[in-house]
Design a protein around this ligand. Sequence first.
Ligand SMILES: Nc1ncnc2c1ncn2[C@@H]1O[C@H](COP(=O)(O)OP(=O)(O)OP(=O)(O)O)[C@@H](O)[C@H]1O
Length: 650
Amino acid sequence: MSLFLVNRYLGEEEDGSASKKSRSEALLAKLRQKAKEKQKQSLTEQRQPPPEEQAEQQDFKKKRKAEKESSQTPQPHKKRKSVVEPSFASDSDCKDEPIKEKKKAKKSANEKKKEDQSENDTPTQTTEKTSPPTGFTVLGGFENKPVQKVHRVLPQWLAQPDMIHRDIKSNLVPFSDMPGLSSHLMKKLQNNGIQHLFPVQAEVIPAILESTQQGLLIGRGGYKPRDICVSAPTGSGKTLAFVIPVIQVLMERVVCEVRALAVLPTKELAQQVCKVFTSYAEGTNLKVVMVAGQKSFAAEEASLSEHRGGKRRSLADIVVATPGRLVDHINKNSGFCLEHLRFLIIDEADRMIDSMHQSWLSQVVKAVYRSGSGPEAMSIFRRTEPAHVTAASLSPPQMPLQKLLFSATLTQNPEKLQQLGLHQPRLFSSIHSQSSTAAPNQTQDRFDFPQGLTEYYVPCTLSKKPLLILHFILRMKLSPVLCFTNSRETAHRLYLLVQLFGGVQAAEFSSRLSPGERKRTLKEFEQGKIQLLISTDAAARGIDINGVKCVVNYDAPQYIRAYIHRIGRTARAGKAGLAFTFLLGVQEKNFLQMVVEAGSPGIQKQIVKPENLKGMEARYEQTLQELANAIKWITQHRRRTCCYQTHPVK
Ligand SMILES: Nc1ncnc2c1ncn2[C@@H]1O[C@H](COP(=O)(O)OP(=O)(O)OP(=O)(O)O)[C@@H](O)[C@H]1O
């Protein structure tokens, strides 16, 4: 047993003679005593908080007491504060901070609060404004900071365009300053009455020619040429800015293939641009074809290509098209090939972006790169859609597709422009106020107005509008007038009224007319046979009619782009022109604000006195009566023909 005896230190023995048993008993008693003492101590600790907490509790009691006293006078926010503070005082975030300092901060904050309250009459405001510096992080408390406006930041190419002079007359450029133009083209220009180039032409033509200096296959330095966007006022000569360089580049071609495609929103515009291309291509081998639905599909098919000896042969170098008809040819005409396309011209580009839902552009791009997806993919003539530039992608070089965009109201919205898939675009613009950050109060795009244009608005009532237009032509001798209405019904009614009134050669222009009738009407208007052409927005864009002295907005346009294009039918090619807008009282404020924000140099008020209209009023009243009878007769007549058609006599 002694082997297993463990000797322990048992403390100092009081009695060395005490037996083993009594020793162990004494030890046990001692231990019990110690345990009791510890128990007691822990109990007292539980009941009594440590000195720091005691102090804090005292402070809290004092505060409650003070609150009770002050609760006799109502202080709404104080109660909220007192609830919030203790609950965050236990926040673990603030454990590191010495408690004494915290107390000091609390104390000084309370003192400050009291001072503030005594200074301010409105306690609610004071408690909200001066949040006491407690050092605690108050979760969920948001300061009332002023909201900062988000400024539109434009990409650099849009913010810093190549500038085009606004004033046409004082910035004419002689042909001799334009290297790279063939003698054929110069002669053609002179024959067409063009002695100098307009500023937009002087800037854009060299840029397009430069991109083809190394040939059609590669751009400057061997890279794909940059796409070009042009934003210049109405009537500034944008059409020749793309027609001349395209003819110049393609005139030396050997094989006939479609190398340039111009897309325009309407038949009339396609016709107009086709006419210019045809005029300048005359005397070269180049063939210009229009596909805008003026002819039957089969006739257009025959003009685009032919099959000889089992082989397809293109009959067009330059195609001018409207998007709908273009897509039809891409999908249904096997002889229509765009695999050699070098230039894609998008005129009235902002309008064409709006019609992008027709997916005409993606169909064109697919047709251009068709050869890269078929069995010819390995051929050196393959064309694959450009991706990243690598050494492999540059060899062998393949024909790039360069996009050329033109508009008087080109959008600056990068999101919209992105839909066009532009490659390193370069912008030519005449708008001086562009900056990388638009003005903070700028809510809409700003545009350039033609230099020779004078804008007026005429306050009027609805019933006086027809009299005013008659006054403009018969008394003020302002013909030829191009007058715009917001609907084809208004255009038709006004046309009937003017016809019945008499003394004015009038015509209407809207979708009520067939394409043939529209073409004839425009021709007669240009020839001066029509004094007043009443039109919907069908003639608002791009139409170039020589000698329009005056544009009248019979109905105020709803959108600024419509206004700019309408008034742009006058004051073209640096000439002078007048634009009048009839405004009802309710329209005045919003319309004038829209025009000023768009960058108009100034729109003046033109009042037509009622006594000036007096002389025409009796005849006008009579005409209104006649018009009512005429409309009644037309409706009855239509109903009768309708009955006859639906119930034919047996
Ligand atoms: N260098 C020039 N010298 C004289 N006349 C010119 C010159 N360039 C163009 N013109 C004439 O100016 C008129 C307007 O040109 P164009 O139709 O190209 O304008 P635009 O900028 O396309 O206008 P819009 O934006 O309204 O379509 C046309 O009649 C055209 O013949």
